[in-house]
Ligand binder design. Structure first.
Ligand SMILES: Nc1ncnc2c1ncn2[C@@H]1O[C@H](COP(=O)(O)OP(=O)(O)OP(=O)(O)O)[C@@H](O)[C@H]1O
Length: 212
């Protein structure tokens, strides 16, 4: 369960409320609306100026909350000389995930043929797939994804859609951002629209997905 009550961040968010007990939620809105700020607050990367937030009953900046979530920011910088397989193994060890979890993440994002490549040689879309594989490995209960669809091609988006469906089928939660509803109609069931740091609309996305 994620709860946000009357959240304020000076000049960026003003009186935001949301509640997510199950499924996936998209944060929609134009550039500068406050989507990344809200995700950064839930990820414990930013400190709020007012209001409260709970992730499964824990404050976002607590160690307990950190254990419940994966946060994939818009631009994640990996050391350019490291190979894909080295990053996935480092992620596995950091998370205490199993070799099976790592193999699943690699397969889910279609990275098998890229394991020996250094990050410097990956395109933006493949870096995004690597970030998702490393971050979502082992199914942390809450996925926070900042514009996950923007760098992915159709095949990559379908892979994320399948993985998301499996996550939701196991009772997982997800909050993700996008500019437009059509970008994430395969990933989120509901949306809130932010404008100028405030929720201006919320509703259901026309969503249909079977887990693979
Ligand atoms: N580090 C910062 N310090 C102060 N203000 C910031 C900072 N980062 C972003 N902002 C401001 O906060 C507001 C919300 O920005 P945010 O990045 O959360 O929007 P967004 O909806 O994610 O936008 P985009 O779609 O362009 O990624 C904007 O007015 C932005 O200029």
């Amino acid at each position: 369960m994620v709860e946000v009550v009357n959240l304020h961040k000076k000049g960026r968010l003003s009186g935001v409320n949301l509640r997510l007990a199950s499924g996936s939620l998209a944060l929609l809105g134009p550039n500068g609306a406050g989507k990344s700020t809200l995700l950064g607050l839930l990820a414990g990367r930013l400190r709020a100026d007012g209001g409260v937030m709970w992730l499964f009953g824990h404050h976002p900046q607590s160690l307990e909350a950190a254990r419940t979530r994966a946060y994939i920011p818009q631009h994640l910088g990996f050391p350019p000389t490291l190979r894909v397989e080295e990053i996935l193994e480092a992620a596995r060890r950091l998370k205490g995930a199993s070799p099976q979890d790592k193999a699943e993440a690699t397969r889910r994002m279609g990275l098998e043929a890229h394991l020996k490549r250094p990050v410097a040689q990956l395109s933006g879309g493949w870096r995004q797939r690597l970030a998702l594989a490393a971050g979502l490995m082992g199914y942390p209960p809450l996925w926070l994804l900042d514009e996950p669809a923007s760098a992915l091609d159709t095949e990559g988006l379908e892979r994320l859609q399948d993985w998301m469906a499996a996550h939701l089928a196991m009772g997982g939660l997800a909050i993700l951002s996008a500019h437009r509803q059509e970008e994430i109609s395969c990933l989120a069931e509901r949306y809130v629209r932010l404008e100028d740091g405030q929720v201006v609309e919320q509703g259901s996305v026309n969503y249909a997905q079977e887990p693979s």
